[in-house]
Write a new protein. Structure first.
Length: 352
């Protein structure tokens, strides 16, 4: 019988001091257990580090003996860059706050062979962006770092709401566990649904998760005055809106107490003792949103709270939030969070 000698697809996981053990384990586990119909491994997964072989400390008390240096990148078909924490002076990944890569890491990246596939997990996207590998491409990262990412890399088409992006030879994933989603997606892309589902079953995870990061982002309901510079639209106000006479804060607080009622722009303007035109302009100055956008967002946030903390039927949740019908609630929650109300409740419902 002829011996199977086909070279396996090599995946190199490039880690740095402060790596997260869980993120290192994701590609080793997902790619490492993928098998073909004859139970032959489909991937060869190795770990490497820019500084050469040796001990690498994680963000905890775990140290890993890495056998490969950057030279392995020259033979890799796929290179995975996970996040790294606690290696900077402020306890974060230096790449997250500095658009210039350290020389050792920059030199390592130049050894990646042309045509190799690049992947990042969580804030590993900052490394790819700093190297100029994401310019003009879609990408994502952990939603908590999306603001800083946009400031540092405005040429990257960042989408902070999705679990992962796939631009052919460059793929990125959102925070931490979404690395599992990305690696499963790559196995599915490389070898088909059946093998990806088998890997998912063996790792006891869903083969595909609904929605994106939006369902994990808690946006605070703020009815008070503006919060000053640095606060994004919808988080309470826009810079420079203070000290301009009567505002809309009191009306926002009034509306939050009446989300179950049919609030109208005319009624809100009347409560603020302003014309509709003045109220709309002042409202947008203070919140960065139109009154209708703000009201919809508050109703979705109220729905999230009820779905997480109660067992009310969806129809009652819809009425209490002011959406009126279950159909309207489903449409708005799906648009805002990427999942249905029922799916959101299954994921986030707090145990009694």
């Amino acid at each position: 019988m002829a011996q199977h000698t086909a070279r396996r697809h090599r995946v190199a996981v490039l880690i740095r001091p402060g790596f997260i053990p869980f993120e290192l384990g994701i590609p080793h586990r997902i790619f490492g257990i993928a098998r073909d119909a004859e139970l032959r491994p489909l991937y060869d997964v190795v770990t490497c580090t820019p500084g050469g072989p040796g001990l690498v400390r994680s963000d905890s008390d775990v140290l890993v003996q890495v056998e490969h240096g950057p030279e392995v990148l020259e033979t890799a078909d796929t290179v995975v860059v996970p996040a790294s924490h606690t290696s900077g002076p402020d306890g974060t990944d230096p790449a997250v706050g500095d658009p210039v890569l350290e020389p050792e890491l920059a030199a390592a990246l130049t050894r990646i062979r042309p045509g190799a596939r690049l992947m990042s997990i969580c804030t590993g996207a900052f490394v790819l962006a700093a190297a100029g590998l994401l310019d003009g491409r879609p990408a994502t990262t952990h939603w908590m770092e999306s603001g800083r990412f946009r400031q540092l890399y405005p040429r990257v088409d960042l989408d902070p709401n999705v679990l992962y992006t796939d631009d052919g030879d460059v793929l990125t994933s959102a925070g931490v566990a979404s690395g599992v989603d990305l690696c499963l997606h790559v196995v599915r892309r490389d070898h088909g649904t059946a093998i990806a589902q088998d890997v998912a079953r063996r790792t006891v995870v869903p083969p595909h998760r609904d929605g994106g990061q939006a369902q994990f982002i808690r946006r605070p309901v703020v009815a008070g005055p503006t919060l000053g510079p640095g606060v994004g639209p919808g988080a309470g106000g826009a810079p420079g809106a203070q000290g301009r006479g009567p505002g809309t804060a009191a009306t926002r607080a009034w509306a939050l107490d009446r989300l179950d009622e049919p609030l109208t722009l005319t009624g809100m303007a009347r409560h603020a003792a302003m014309s509709v035109r003045t109220f709309t302009r002042r409202f947008r100055d203070e919140t960065g949103e139109s009154p209708a956008q703000w009201l919809t967002r508050q109703r979705v946030e109220h729905a999230r709270t009820l779905l997480e903390s109660t067992v009310l039927p969806v129809e009652q949740v819809a009425r209490r939030c002011g959406f009126g019908t279950a159909q309207s609630l489903r449409a708005h929650v799906q648009t805002a969070l990427g999942v249905t109300p029922s799916a959101y409740r299954r994921t986030f419902r707090r145990a009694a």
